[in-house]
Ligand binder design. Structure first.
Ligand code: UDX
Length: 459
């Protein structure tokens, strides 16, 4: 089986590396000369655990080739994957499909024999049909079938996700394409991953629905976390209790500073626009987008409050900047909102991140860059955990405290044991960890009083 992967971004590169590791021959095409130079030299342009080894092994075996020449790769392929970017379009929030359509136009003259063309990037409902229309107009004689095969991998665990997916989803209405895709994914089917064949529109929409649902789950638990703080409950206990119900499930119930990354924000936005256009608005998802935006602002305010109401002339140590751990990706990271808000209010930021500095540096000017959490804590009034890199979990907090000027820790990812931190004499603010202060009875006083008042009023 010969594959042409158009686009060596996150999804394209990981998919190309994993398909070649199954034994298929993959030609990965990209236009970016720097990226290509890295890849041809066997270097991964992105940080993704396990990817370097996979690239090295398959390039050496001759199964994985990188090139800028689309034509010959398309002519030779049984399957052409479109894995180019579909960023959020400026101004209107729709998915920008210009890279997808220009790849299709460029590939059109080269199809040779029956070829499956399939989207791998997340594309709005109707894109497969539009690709088909454009191809028919340009090459009416081409023997092609257009499919939708969305990818559900997560950054940081991309290889594991690709090779052990909960399901592979293929949207097609063509029997020959179904045979080709069945053969292509046989290695995963044999391992027990279901390969589902559905309508193209269903496959396209399922990807957006999945991401929107996960975004909703995160926003839900973030709001429950706020409620926990007001009433003296612990969100981790609540999440674990509701997560045991298999109808809810225990994944994606970690509260934090709001979701970020290359997918959730753009896909939530695109789904909202698609739904409005189809006159079937997804109002619940519109709320999710708003709640998540406000969440990031609220986290900066939380730091200001923890610093005593003002961060002017204060030093804030920030641990972690990437949108999540195990990636160097800064796209839509909560730090991009939190850090500038603190700087605008007069704070000096000392920050560290195990992988993010290269991408974060141009986006977050004016930071004092540090190589480690210890270094960042030097002279800090407040220490804030923004991204839950594993190496922050076992930090020696006593040593950190000795380096700090202040004694406040704001843990936006709940990586520390709240009681242990407090025992060290540090002031600790986590997410959704409301504490009933028995002596004062303050944490939960307001809602209970309000409820009692309304009972009184009703009498
Ligand atoms: C996501 C989807 O999970 C994946 O299926 C899709 O293909 C691409 O988008 P990714 O963006 O790599 O993957 O990261 P993910 O692990 O899903 O996290 C997204 C964001 O949600 C991060 O900012 C993360 O910190 C946040 N998150 C996730 C939470 O705040 N709480 C959670 O419980 C889970």
């Amino acid at each position: 089986m010969k594959i042409c992967m158009v686009g060596a971004g996150y999804v394209g590169l990981v998919s190309a590396a994993c398909f070649s590791d199954f034994g298929w021959t993959v030609t990965c095409v990209d236009k970016d000369p720097n990226r290509l130079a890295d890849l041809k030299a066997g270097r991964s342009p992105i940080y993704e655990p396990g990817l370097d080894d996979l690239l090295e092994r398959n390039i050496k075996a001759g199964r994985l080739v990188f090139t800028e020449k689309l034509g010959p790769a398309v002519a030779d392929a049984d399957v052409v994957f479109l894995a180019v970017g579909t960023p959020m379009r400026r101004g209107d929030g729709y998915a920008d499909l210009s890279y997808v359509f220009s790849a299709v136009e460029e590939a059109a003259p080269h199809f040779n024999g029956f070829t499956v063309v399939t989207t791998k990037s997340t594309v709005p409902v109707g894109t497969s049909r539009e690709i088909e229309r454009r191809l028919k107009a340009k090459r009416p004689d081409a023997d092609v079938a257009i499919c939708s095969n969305p990818e559900f991998l997560r950054e940081g665990s991309a290889i594991q996700d690709f090779t052990h997916p909960d399901r592979v989803l293929v949207g097609t209405d063509d029997d020959r394409a179904r045979d080709v895709m069945e053969r292509l994914y046989k290695p995963l089917a044999l391992r027990g991953s279901p390969v589902m064949f559905v309508e193209r529109e269903s496959a396209e929409l399922a990807k957006y629905a999945a991401n929107a649902f996960l975004a909703l789950k995160i926003s839900f638990i973030n709001e429950i976390a706020d409620l926990c703080e007001s009433v003296g409950a612990d969100v981790q206990q609540v999440a674990s209790a509701i997560g045991k119900d298999r109808r809810i499930g225990d994944k994606f119930l970690h509260p934090g500073p709001g979701y970020g990354g290359s997918c959730f924000p753009k896909d939530v936005s695109a789904l909202i626009r698609t739904a409005r256009e189809a006159r079937a608005p997804v109002s619940i998802i519109e709320q999710v987008e708003r709640v998540n935006h406000e969440r990031k602002l609220a986290m900066a305010i939380r730091v200001v409050e923890a610093a005593g109401g003002s961060v002017r002339n204060k030093t804030i140590a920030v641990l972690g900047l990437t949108f999540k751990p195990n990636t160097d990706d800064m796209r839509d990271a909560p730090s991009l909102v939190i850090v500038p808000m603190l700087q605008e209010r007069g704070a000096t930021i000392r920050a560290c991140d195990p992988q993010g500095r290269r991408h974060a540096e141009p986006l977050l000017p004016g930071i004092v860059w540090c190589d480690s959490a210890d270094q960042a804590a030097e002279g800090a009034d407040v220490l804030v955990v923004v991204t839950e890199w594993n190496e922050y979990r076992a930090l020696n907090l006593e040593a950190l405290k000795a380096r700090m000027t202040g004694n406040t820790i704001v843990d936006l990812r709940n990586v520390f044991d709240a009681d242990a931190v407090r025992e060290l004499g540090l002031s600790y603010s986590g997410i959704g960890r409301g504490r009933l202060d028995a002596a004062k009875g303050e944490a939960n006083a307001a809602p209970v009083q309000t409820a009692l008042h309304s009972v009184e009023a009703a009498k």
